[in-house]
Design a protein around this ligand. Structure first.
Ligand code: AMP
Length: 281
């Protein structure tokens, strides 16, 4: 497995792959890898000739300084995991290598970025868009793999690729969960022991909403969810939204042939957790 830390090293490695006409699959991550990330790598390996990983904790997508400093990092273990699954190339640049001068550019994705995560993390998607654009330019992958865990991110990247004509196919992969339903996340290691049980209520709340999706109005479902969270005082609900799964627009009535995303974000202690469920009616 080749490890590149500079843009120059990466360019040389990518040129060799391109000259050999390899189909390049790319999985961008911020490291602290878990089985959720690995599921993306497995899919990539099945569908492409070479698998390229990036590990970069992108400072410009963080809107909370403490979240950035506390973000888990585990380079040695990440590299062992990537080697074990047969990853071919890892790009792990420093912040200065990626941003030798401050990234003054901002990207505005329109109304889709103002919903859900965008409301609570202003500027987050601009930072994501900049880093993903830069990685796409450097790596020029044929296919890039993203998780449904970050549904809004996937939709925004898909839109960016379509509207700016990036020559890359963007694939969305299922959410991987712990046996108790908690969506796998790098941030889970920061959940305090006494809060671990409460964390399982996030997925349970999605299942509850799903179970009454067709029998109740959106207003009633949201009321039930508020009551569901009430006893779990450690979980501070930031949003619980039932939206169109393609546009993230609010829906007032749920109809046949609709794809609905139930999306939630919570603060548990000082850890912020998100999850979602997509239901095809
Ligand atoms: P991150 O390192 O958290 O930025 O995540 C890198 C990629 O892995 C993103 O496309 C995420 O959506 C995806 N991912 C994170 N957690 C999961 C999970 N539990 N299941 C599937 N994909 C995930």
């Amino acid at each position: 497995m080749q490890i590149c830390k500079t843009l120059t090293e990466l360019k040389q490695a990518i040129d060799v792959l391109k000259n050999n006409r390899k189909k390049i699959g790319f999985v961008p991550t911020m490291g602290a890898l878990h089985q959720g990330h690995l599921s993306l790598y497995h899919r990539c390996k099945q569908e492409c000739d070479v698998t390229v990983a990036s590990i970069f904790v992108n400072p410009i997508q963080f809107t909370n300084a403490e979240d950035l400093t506390q973000y888990p990092r585990n380079e040695t273990q990440d590299l062992q995991m990537l080697e074990a699954i047969g990853c071919n190339l890892v790009f792990m640049p420093s912040v200065v290598e990626m941003y030798p001068t401050p990234a003054d550019i901002k990207i505005y994705f329109g109304t889709i970025e103002e919903k859900l995560e965008g409301k609570f993390r202003p500027g987050h998607f601009s930072g994501v868009g900049i880093v993903v654009s830069k990685l796409f330019h450097l790596i020029a992958p044929d296919v890039a793999y993203f998780g449904q865990k970050d549904l809004q991110q996937y939709l925004i990247i898909k839109m960016m690729v379509e509207q700016l004509s990036f020559a890359v196919k963007v694939v969305c992969c299922d959410i991987q969960r712990e046996p108790d339903g908690l969506a796998m996340s790098s941030r889970n290691v920061r959940i305090a022991q006494q809060h671990r049980d409460d964390a399982t209520s996030i997925y349970k709340s999605l299942l509850l909403a799903q179970s009454i999706l067709l029998s109740h109005s959106i207003h009633e479902i949201k009321k039930s969810i508020e009551q569901f969270y009430y006893p779990h005082s450690a979980l501070k609900l930031e949003y619980f939204e039932i939206v169109d799964a393609d546009t993230l627009e609010d829906i007032s009535n749920i109809g046949i042939n609709q794809s609905v995303a139930i999306c939630v974000a919570c603060q548990l202690g000082n850890v912020r957790l998100i999850d979602n469920l997509v239901v095809n009616i």
